[in-house]
Design a protein around this ligand. Structure first.
Ligand SMILES: NC(=O)c1ccc[n+]([C@@H]2O[C@H](COP(=O)([O-])OP(=O)(O)OC[C@H]3O[C@@H](n4cnc5c(N)ncnc54)[C@H](OP(=O)(O)O)[C@@H]3O)[C@@H](O)[C@H]2O)c1
Length: 329
């Protein structure tokens, strides 16, 4: 049976303007870093993408190296587009990135023009797309002139291979310079993708101000700290969790007693708010209007629908915010 998206999908989501651009992004976007590779079941991945789109998630975030193996999340996403979503291409914002190791030799990672352009060509082939909506420099390259990396981003827009460009994990100073260079080239820097959650708050100390000043949007990754900010680790490490998997990026050592104790107390507050721990953690990342979108991961449809319900209660009282700060201190 061919897939028919839910007709009320755009009433279920809120959309926020990405910096000073013309682009609106869903408050919740779905990332394909984990759980969408060849090591995972394609049917689960397909069900999550359908559910996401049915709930108004228009933005799917990928990178050349997502899998494992690297490249397989893009290839699987291409297959799912063929099965379900190709007719809705104009309703989708698809992003990919290049920066981390993708192939051997001196041109398979970092920020040279050679690597970025070859990588985007490979990504487009894997997803069977003519263009992506957003192409990112995945990380700053200390050995390549920023002018070259930003020049490559400008070039892919002029080639029609990307509509917008962004940067990820750049410092506030690097962000300012990147934005300036891109402005001079005539291709504005649309968005920054930094890590942000209750457990990782660096962007509050400068980056958000920089983004506001530059008119850039902000999509925050790992808002659940890879699952730490859910109730799953309160009674040990479940076998099917990311921390238990050999290819998961969350290390067992990160599930420390100190973190688990904080989450236990946060979870009590979430319950008082009538939310799951995950829902409160996600709502919290959206409390600053400069955060355009919170970029979640999910392993199955149940997690995704649980997380989506964070939108039912996004407001925090001053007292709640203070309590959260006290617990995190
Ligand atoms: N730019 C970058 O350098 C960069 C780096 C990292 C990520 N990202 C992007 O950010 C996206 C999200 O990252 P992330 O996967 O680390 O995000 P996350 O939302 O912090 O963690 C997702 C994980 O949390 C658990 N989870 C999710 N919803 C849950 C729920 N409602 N209840 C209980 N557990 C739940 C699942 O882990 P279990 O499998 O343990 O159940 C899931 O795989 C990535 O896919 C990628 O697009 C970008």
């Amino acid at each position: 049976m061919s897939y028919l998206p839910a007709s009320g999908r755009y009433d279920r989501m809120t959309y926020r303007r990405c910096g000073k651009s013309g682009l609106l992004l869903p408050a919740i976007s779905l990332g394909l870093w984990h759980n969408f590779g060849y090591v995972d079941r394609l049917e689960d991945a397909r069900a999550m993408i359908r559910t996401a789109f049915d709930h108004g998630i228009t933005h799917f975030d990928l990178a050349n190296n997502y899998g494992p193996p690297p490249g397989s999340a893009e290839a699987n996403f291409g297959t799912i587009l063929d099965q379900d979503l190709r007719p809705y291409r104009d309703e989708l914002i698809i992003s990919t990135k290049a920066g981390y190791l993708m192939w051997p030799g001196p041109y398979g990672e970092w920020g040279s023009r050679k690597y970025l352009i070859a990588s985007l060509d490979q990504s487009l082939k894997r997803m069977k797309l003519d263009y992506v909506d957003i192409f990112y420099s995945h990380r700053p390259d200390p050995h390549t002139p920023l002018e070259e990396t930003m020049g490559a981003l400008d070039q892919v827009v002029r080639q029609g291979k990307a509509l917008y460009v962004g940067i990820s994990s750049y410092s506030p100073e690097e962000t300012r310079r990147a934005a300036q260079i891109l402005k001079q080239l005539g291709t504005p820097c649309l968005i920054h993708q930094p890590k942000y959650s209750m457990l990782v708050r660096d962007i509050e100390e400068g980056l958000l101000d920089t983004l506001e000043h530059e008119g850039m949007g902000c999509i925050v990754f790992s808002p659940l700290a890879q699952g730490l900010l859910t109730n799953k680790y309160l009674k040990g490490i479940p076998q099917d969790s990311r921390a238990a998997k050999s290819h998961g990026f969350l290390q067992k050592e990160e599930v420390s007693e100190e973190v688990v104790e904080k989450v236990r107390r946060l979870n009590e507050l979430a319950q008082k708010r009538g939310q799951s721990m995950a829902q409160m953690a996600l709502a919290w990342t959206l409390r600053d209007p400069r955060v355009t979108s919170t970029l979640i991961g999910a392993r199955n449809v149940a997690q995704l629908t649980d997380s989506l319900r964070c939108l039912e209660h996004t407001a925090f009282t001053e007292e709640e915010l203070q309590q959260i700060n006290q617990i995190l201190a």
